[in-house]
Design a protein. Structure first.
Lengths: 366, 279
């Protein structure tokens, strides 16, 4: 088990500046997830940690030792690849044992470790088969088994579940989480799937365009995003972003929508926003924080907005309703029976205590 | 009723196919058969009109003459020259191909330039090579022929192996590197096993090229390292052709290729299609 400390990491691919100064610490035993849209540099960062890419500036230290010029094999890491990277000409047993043989571990010890990993992953009966005889989920288990037997100080996962169907992906996600608890090794995991990031991570590292946009615990990022980008990336359905204007109203501040409604901000928020009135903002509000308005009086910080249910999408447990608020389509998550027919009028209670305001120019959360 | 009818018709079609296939097979195999038969015939039978379809007895005189006079050394020479040059071309060529495929050595154009070397008609360069060889004293030596065949086969090996190696998923090598292999170990444990069919197919083709080459061997050898195709020409005389020797020598020269291709047929078919179809 080891920590990973990255400082000022730079990486170029020719003229493309892929990583623009990454500073990051992943603690011992931590499960860190690199997440972000395609091309954000998350896989490059992982591959640089593995030593499969050369870095062009900065340092990477694993377990306190700088590994910049170390070959991948000397870094004592194990890596699981997106396409499993199983050797088609070797049996499952030999695939799992491959790394141990490369390191000249004695056969009885190899057998012990392979059997142990096979038991942990439920692939014992498959050991004498060849990869082509396995399903996608089984192949991924074998790939993970190959990493486990290495007993490396750091585990790297490069989008390991993206080739699996939805059901298997849910199952394997649980498996990986369980695995992390059982072997308690530092793990770094790359995904573009925000659900994987939220459910697995101790620490999410959200990358955008070669930089870390924000890092922290999943719920921190979800509830207190630093930028509109982070707010928009995490959460499903994604956060509603409504262009609006910040205006003074009485002692406090309010949000004026393009369609004319004015929503009073809760007292707690007004102080922070003092002196910022009469500026353009983007109101960010999650579908879960808009509910059906019940009764006449709204609690503090909750604003009433009337709209029409343009589109209703029931999922069984929750129903997603699309309405037009402030001139844009807004998604609302309601209870299964909270809304009538399509096109009917509906009163929403918008919980501005949970809302965020984003500066449209800098994308920063105010 | 209709079932029985169509079945009968289906059976008839099948029979027709077999008849046609057999006819084609006979046409194609007949020259080979004839070659073998001539090598076992007496001189009288060879020139007999109408032709004798099979010899009255399998007499091995033609072969014995080849062994007695030392003509079979030409086969041995061919083996040495073709075998060693193929081995060298495969070793150097595969490493070059790996470098081109994985490290993009020389960019896109180097690979193209290399294969263009193979397009040169041998006859266009054989005389300059002859003059150079005379200068260095390499004419009629194993070294001379091996060097030439290695050089001539290298572009082919590089080109073919580059394709096969590029088709190996990079992740397999990266996984091996992370798991504890050096670059060399990765070659042995991942690249070669993955490219095995391609290696076999390419090796057979390089061997066959060197084995069958006539023009280089004709001009660059005199008496010492005469290869089998050149030896064969010695039996075509001004007054007469030694058909029995030609046939026996041809059989001896064909058998090794026949055996090699049969053994490697499995790899050959897979190897050829491996390069053709990406996937």
């Amino acid at each position: 088990m080891a920590d990973v400390r990255i400082a000022g990491l730079q990486k170029y691919y020719g003229a493309v500046h892929a990583l623009k100064g990454i500073d990051l610490h992943v603690g011992e035993g931590e499960f860190a997830i690199f997440v972000g849209p395609s091309g954000c540099g998350k896989s490059t960062l992982l591959r640089t940690i593995a030593g499969l890419e050369q870095l062009d500036g900065g340092t990477i230290a694993i377990g306190g030792q700088i590994v910049n010029d170390m070959r991948p094999r000397d870094r004592n890491i194990a890596m699981v690849f997106q396409n499993y990277a199983l050797y088609p000409y070797l049996t499952v047993y030999d695939n799992v044992a491959f790394g141990l043989r490369a390191r000249k571990v004695v056969e009885p010890e190899i057998k012990r470790r392979v059997d142990e990993a096979a038991a942990m992953l439920g692939i014992g009966p498959l050991l004498q088969r060849y990869p082509r005889q396995l399903s996608g989920g089984q192949r991924q288990r074998v790939a993970i088994g190959r990493a486990i037997v290495r007993q490396a100080q750091l585990f790297l996962f490069d989008e390991p579940l993206s080739n699996l169907d939805a059901k298997l992906r849910d199952e394997m996600r649980g498996e990986i989480k369980r695995l992390h608890r059982e072997i308690a090794t530092t793990m770094i995991y790359v995904t573009h799937d925000q659900v994987e990031a939220m459910t697995l991570a101790d620490k999410i590292v959200l990358l955008r365009d070669g930089r870390i946009e924000q890092l922290g615990a999943p719920l921190d990022l979800f509830e207190r995003p630093a930028t509109g980008f982070v707010a928009g990336f995490l959460g499903s359905p994604s956060i509603n972003l409504i262009p609006a204007r910040l205006v003074a109203r009485g002692n406090g501040a309010a949000i004026a929508l393009a369609t004319g409604e004015t929503l009073a901000l809760p007292p707690g928020r007004t102080e922070a926003l003092a002196g910022k009135a009469e500026r353009q903002v983007i109101l960010g509000i999650r579908p879960q924080h808009i509910s059906r308005a019940i009764g006449g009086k709204m609690p503090s910080g909750v604003a009433r907005v009337s709209a029409k249910a343009d589109l209703i999408q029931p999922t069984g447990t929750r129903t997603f309703v699309t309405s037009h608020v402030g001139g844009v389509a807004v998604t609302v998550e309601l209870g299964a029976h909270d809304v009538g027919a399509q096109g009917s009028a509906v009163d929403y209670a918008v919980d501005l205590n949970r809302s965020i305001l984003i500066d449209p120019e800098t994308d920063k959360v105010l | 009723m209709s079932f029985g009818y169509s079945r009968r018709r289906g059976g008839g079609r099948l029979l027709l196919r077999y008849v046609l296939a057999s006819a084609v097979t006979v046409i194609f195999l007949f020259p080979v058969y004839w070659l073998f038969m001539i090598s076992f015939k007496t001189a009288d039978e060879i020139y007999h009109v109408p032709p004798v379809w099979y010899p009255s007895q399998l007499q091995l005189g033609s072969y014995l003459v080849l062994f007695r006079d030392g003509d079979v050394l030409a086969i041995l020479n061919s083996f040495i020259v073709a075998g060693v040059s193929s081995l060298l071309a495969m070793i150097f060529g595969t490493f070059c191909a790996y470098s081109l495929a994985r490290f993009r050595t020389g960019g896109e154009h180097l690979a193209m330039w290399i294969i263009s070397q193979r397009m040169i008609p041998p006859i266009a360069i054989v005389f300059p090579i002859f003059l150079i060889y005379v200068h260095f004293g390499w004419v009629d030596t194993y070294f001379g022929l091996i060097l030439l065949y290695t050089a001539f086969n290298l572009p082919y090996v590089i080109w073919m192996m580059r394709g096969y190696i590029a088709d190996i998923p990079l992740e397999l090598e990266e996984s091996a590197l992370v798991d504890g292999c050096t670059r060399w170990q990765t070659l042995w444990k991942v690249v070669f096993p993955m490219a095995r069919s391609g290696l076999m197919a390419t090796a057979v083709f390089t061997f066959v090229f060197a084995w069958n080459d006539f023009i280089f061997a004709l001009i660059l050898t005199r008496t010492e390292v005469i290869t089998f195709p050149v030896q064969l020409t010695h039996y075509f005389g001004g007054q007469s052709n030694f058909w029995s020797k030609i046939a026996a020598m041809s059989v001896l020269g064909t058998l090794p290729i026949f055996v090699a291709v049969t053994i490697m047929q499995r790899y050959l078919v897979r190897g050829i299609s491996l390069g053709a179809v990406k996937g």
